[in-house]
Design a protein around this ligand. Structure first.
Ligand code: 5RP
Length: 223
């Protein structure tokens, strides 16, 4: 029986193999954040001479990549990326996702928006029929914490401030439990429109293009 870490490592290795088929020596790779992505960074590092550099979605991933000799560029220097590789907290069969368990959702969405294809890497436990069991992370400007919380309650959620956590952008995270999410892109758009919201952990207006899913029987594709 493989542990969850072994499942994460397996999908990360499969993603590294896949990434190398998309990358040219001049390519820039988009890299997400989290424990699954940490395994991906470790796997891709030995092939760092086969692509130009990476753009990172967090200080955490930047540090890990630089420590392993991968050049990390500022997104402002980059106009296109063939792929962005990142994990998720939940993904449904339409490839809508909840992200932000690690608090990097806003930068993740920004970097992903520049890439031609979003490759999501998860173990089987993240695949769901309907999003919402995982509390939805929403990044807010600190002064707007309470007003945004009231608006999220009006949408049926129960927001809880992630205590002692500040994002790489200086924001705070509200983890919102209890949301009913029949139409993820509609809810994403509603939450994005609340003044004071920096970013919402729903990735549905633009979801993944391909998911690699690791289970006891191997790594399969969902697309
Ligand atoms: C970070 C994220 C991560 O992709 C998500 O939390 C999954 O993390 P892990 O691979 O550690 O399970 O969205 O903001």
């Amino acid at each position: 029986m493989l542990t969850q870490d072994e499942l994460k490592r397996n999908v990360a290795m499969a993603a590294a193999e896949y990434a190398l088929t998309c990358l040219q020596p001049e390519s820039v790779l988009g890299v997400g954040t989290g424990s699954t992505v940490d395994f991906f960074i470790d796997a891709i590092a030995e092939h760092r001479h086969r692509f130009r550099a990476a753009v990172s979605s967090s200080e955490r991933s930047t540090r890990r990549m630089r420590d392993l000799g991968i050049e990390v560029l500022d997104l402002n220097e980059v106009e296109e990326m063939p792929i962005y590789v990142d994990g998720a907290d939940e993904i449904d069969h339409q490839l809508n996702m909840i992200k932000g368990g690690g608090g990097a959702l806003t930068r993740e969405k920004i970097v992903a928006s520049v890439a031609r294809r979003y490759i999501c890497i998860v173990d089987e436990s993240k695949v769901v029929e309907r999003l919402g069991a995982f509390p939805l992370p929403v990044e807010v400007i600190p002064m707007a914490r309470n007003v945004v919380s009231r608006r999220l309650r009006a949408l049926g959620g129960q927001p809880v401030l992630r205590e002692g956590f500040i994002t790489d952008n200086g924001g705070e995270i509200l983890d919102v439990a209890g949301l009913d999410i029949p139409a993820p892109a509609v809810l994403e758009s509603h939450i994005n429109d609340i003044p004071g919201v920096v970013g919402c952990g729903l990735f549905a207006i633009s979801g993944a293009d391909l998911a690699l899913v690791s289970s006891q029987s191997g790594v399969r594709r969902m697309q």
